[in-house]
Design a protein around this ligand. Sequence first.
Ligand code: SF4
Length: 339
Amino acid sequence: MISLDPVLTPQAAQTTDQFFESGGLLETHCTAEEINFELRPQQQKMARAIADAASFGQHLVVEAGTGVGKSFAYLVPQILTALEHETRCVIATYTITLQEQLIHKDIPFVRKALDRDFKAVMVKGRSNYLCLLRLQRARRSGSDLLEPEREKQLDAISTLANNKQLVDGSLQELDEQPDHQVWGSICAEHGNCTGKRCPFYKECYFMIARQEMMDAQVLVVNHSLFFSELALRAEGAAILPPYGYVVFDEAHQMEQVASGHLGIRLSLYMVEYWINRIHSDKRRGILAVLKDGKGTFMADQVHEAAETFSSPSAITLNSEPPKPSSAYSHRRPSKPTFR
Ligand code: SF4
């Protein structure tokens, strides 16, 4: 657990103790809901340690085995502290299963037991949302951009959107997952978003989700989104609104995810993916639509160069240690731009 804004929270610590003690809010609520209750000294100890760390602005690492009741032990003190100081807390996990358990089960339970009014949302990255403007453009371009099978997927998504059958407009709610290329041509993207000038601005799934995130006090995210946002912040942008506290659950996977986002990675697959988005060898893509001969020539050259670069014979070992990526800069912009 990392506290980013040192504050004193004696009330939150007291309420945390009362929540977990014998005859406290947890036991009372479990009894009322006919849920088995078990007094767990390790859970009490962990919750109090987190409340104290938040109070004194300290970092804390906790290792706790199965059955301790970790999620309640961090949710209760973090939520109480965030509410007391009118800030937000971020809960970052590795798996979607745990995020869903927190959002649909644990947080509603804690909200009811504490009898406190707060909003919690699961934050997804921008590219998880359907962009209605890009969908309209992709459909107009039709077969010039996509092959017939992929065009069918586009039609299916378009029908769902037109019939208002999508709830949050995210990739995760589609029963049939579209091909990467199809989703890549219609998902929300920072560079392609026209913001308030967009004719779909008021009904935009991503903008609605972003507003809900701004109104929430508890943000549940995955490690990947958290570290990609950290890298963005170093460049003066942001995904998340300001927050005061972060809890990392399932932290054993964190190091790998962090290095993936804060380091630099290049693969032939990634280069091919981006080149194919603008020009495929089947003469499809935006360059074919624009009849841009020079652009097509350059795209082919990039493709060839990437293949040569990634071939085993092209790899040489450099005795110089690599320079750190600029994403490691600790410069924190005073006013990040939200993406
Ligand atoms: S506001 Fe941006 S993301 Fe939303 S539909 Fe318009 S262009 Fe797409």
